[in-house]
Design a protein around this ligand. Structure first.
Ligand SMILES: [Zn+2]
Length: 342
């Protein structure tokens, strides 16, 4: 994947290419993206640029053997780590690591570079299950880094969702991130930087990726459902109709998996941020889709100015509780009640 194949975030591409050109590549970079905004392909394009012997004009050549291997996600010096758990695709006796699912990972990233956490769960056959980056995984990475780079140049570890590393795994990796072996680069992609262990986060250079409007994006149907639910909820709140609001809350709690509920909560945050921006007369900063505009303006004029800012932490907290397997009906009922009285 070349930079030119990635839409948007041109300033980030320039900054990354600039680091390579100047010979100032940091040991570790933490990319913060909204779910599904393409940070993994950005990492791949960056590594392809770093590894390419024929880079020119701020992009990799896209033709040399190195580019070829990086683009196919089969370069022996690039390791991908992502949260996993046991699932239908691997024997139940196995202790899975990312390597157990490497084929599914490649198919997903190559087929749908703007994949979401939920897409990953589905691709690995572990949808709706809590997954993590385990200490076994950390051990495996360190083992692989103890060898020299196979192609004699840089080595890289891309960690997708470091917030899902347990403390043991994080502590094991910490030393490598603090003092990496020479020409070794850690690229971390997070959706929740506040949940990344501070000792790790503080060792990384931080880069925020902005969401890009992508016509016909994969999330289509599900995002439409999320939009419908959130619009129904805020409409009921504006109409002071508590029973309608609670019913909508139940419909949200009945979404088919915890990942879907989290995805809804994420969408809800995004919508409220856009409402907030409209209230602040900064609509240019919003990433709203055209179909949302009318409702957003209705909510912006109907809701108090303090409303979005008061609700956002409640949504974050609900997502955290859903993550911890708290009963979804209870979480949503509580959330709706609080959103109603604010
Ligand atoms: Zn090349």
């Amino acid at each position: 994947m070349r930079f030119c194949e990635i839409q948007g975030n041109d300033d980030v591409k320039r900054a990354l290419a600039g680091m390579v050109d100047a010979g100032k590549v940091p040991h570790a970079i933490l990319f913060h993206e909204d779910d599904g905004c393409g940070a993994v392909p950005m990492c791949v394009a960056f590594l392809q640029y770093l590894f390419c012997p024929d880079r020119a004009g701020g992009d990799s050549c896209g033709r040399c053997p190195s580019c070829n291997k990086v683009a196919k996600l089969i370069h022996p010096d690039i390791h991908f780590v992502y949260p996993v758990t046991g699932g239908s695709l691997i024997p139940s006796s196995a202790k899975p690591t990312a390597l157990s699912y490497v084929k599914q990972w490649r198919d997903l990233v190559l087929g749908n570079p703007y994949f979401t956490e939920r897409d990953l769960g589905e691709a690995l056959g572990i949808e709706g299950k809590a997954s993590l980056i385990s200490v076994a995984e950390a051990r495996e990475i360190l083992g692989r880094l103890s060898f020299h780079s196979l192609e004699g140049g840089w080595r890289a570890v891309v960690v997708y969702l470091p917030e899902k590393m347990n403390a043991d795994a994080a502590n094991r990796l910490l030393k490598s991130i603090e003092e990496p072996p020479e020409r070794t680069l850690f690229l971390l992609v997070t959706h929740a930087p506040e949940k990344v262990l501070p000792t790790i986060s503080s060792r990384c250079q931080h880069i925020r990726l902005m969401p890009v409007r992508r016509p016909g994006a994969a999330a289509g149907a599900e995002e439409a459902e999320e939009r419908e639910l959130m619009t129904a909820l805020l409409s009921a709140i504006l109409a002071r109709d508590l029973s309608e609001a609670l019913e909508t809350g139940e419909a949200i709690a009945a979404l088919p998996s915890r990942e879907r509920i989290k995805s809804f909560l994420h969408y809800a945050s995004r919508m409220l941020r856009n409402v907030f921006l409209i209230q602040q007369h900064l609509p240019a900063l919003s990433d709203a889709e055209d179909v949302e505009e009318e409702d957003l303006h209705r909510f912006a004029s109907g809701l108090k100015r303090s409303y979005p800012r008061s609700v956002l932490p409640l949504l974050d907290r609900s997502a955290m509780l859903i993550d911890r397997n708290v009963n979804a009906k209870i979480v949503l009922c509580d959330l709706v009640n609080k959103m109603f009285v604010l």
